[in-house]
Design a protein around this ligand. Structure first.
Ligand code: FMN
Length: 197
C-alpha cells in the first residue's frame, strides 16, 4: 500500500503550520491502522521548485505523449500520482483556493494518457487510488462552495478516484482565543476520516 502525501503546507508558520498539524493527525492515525503503508511525500520545497507550464513545455509534453514516451521525466509526478493507492493533499486556504505551488503541481499531474484519457464517450480516469482526502485550514469559516474543496473533488472524479473526503479547519483567524480548540476539533475529524481511509 503506497500513500502519496502532497504536502502543500506553504506556511509562514513553518513546522507550526495548522494545516500540517491537521495532516499529521490524519497520517498518524492512518499509519497506526496500516503499519505496512509506505508514505511518499511531495514536499513544499519540491512544489515551489516546479516551473509553471509555458507554451514550449506544452509542445514538449504533446510531442512526448504523441510517441508514447510516458517514461520521460516530465511525467514523473503524473506517474507517481497515478500509481498511489491512497492520496492525501494538504494545503492552507489561500485566496479562496490554495497556494499557487499546488496549482502548478496540478498542471504536472493532469497528464492526458497517464492520469486520464479521452475517447469518443468523454474523459476516463486512470489513477489507481480508490480514495483521496483534501485537508485544509482557513482563517474564515468553511463555505458550502469552498473552491479548493470543489476543485479537488472534481479532480478526484476526473482521475477516476471514487471516494473523496475533506476536512476543513475553519475560522482559525476569527478569534485567536478559539483557534486551538477549533484546530483540535478539526484534528479529531481528520483522525476519524483516517480510520475510514
Ligand atoms: C496568502 C494568504 C492568503 C489567505 N487567504 C485566505 C482566504 O482566502 N480565506 C480564508 O479564510 N483565509 C485565508 N488565509 C488565512 C489562512 O487560510 C489561515 O491562517 C490558515 O489557517 C493558515 O494555515 P497554516 O497555518 O497552515 O499556514 C490566507 C492566509 C495567507 C497567508
Amino acid at each position: 500500500m503506497k500513500l502519496l502525501f502532497v504536502n502543500a503546507c506553504v506556511s509562514q508558520r513553518g513546522e507550526h503550520s495548522r494545516t500540517k498539524a491537521l495532516a499529521d493527525a490524519f497520517l498518524e492515525t492512518f499509519c497506526a491502522g496500516h503499519p505496512e503503508a509506505e508514505i511518499e511525500t511531495v514536499t513544499p520545497a519540491a512544489l515551489l521548485a516546479l516551473r509553471p507550464f509555458d507554451a514550449e513545455m506544452v509542445r514538449e509534453r504533446d510531442a512526448l505523449s504523441g510517441v508514447g514516451a510516458f517514461e520521460a521525466p516530465l511525467f514523473d509526478l503524473a506517474r507517481q500520482f497515478r500509481g498511489a493507492d491512497r492520496i492525501v493533499v494538504a494545503a492552507p486556504f489561500w485566496d479562496l483556493t490554495f497556494p499557487s505551488a499546488l496549482r502548478v503541481y496540478i498542471e504536472y499531474i493532469c497528464a492526458n494518457g497517464i492520469a486520464y484519457h479521452y475517447d469518443a464517450t468523454g474523459c476516463h480516469g486512470d489513477c489507481r487510488a480508490e480514495k483521496l482526502v483534501y485537508l485544509t485550514s482557513g482563517g474564515d469559516v468553511e463555505r458550502a462552495e469552498s473552491l479548493g474543496v470543489l476543485y479537488w473533488r472534481q479532480l478526484a472524479a476526473m482521475f477516476g478516484i471514487g471516494t473523496f473526503a475533506h476536512v476543513f479547519a475553519g475560522g482559525l483567524d476569527l478569534n485567536p482565543a478559539r483557534t486551538p480548540a477549533l484546530l483540535e476539533e478539526a484534528k479529531t475529524l481528520a483522525r476519524q476520516a483516517a480510520e475510514m481511509f
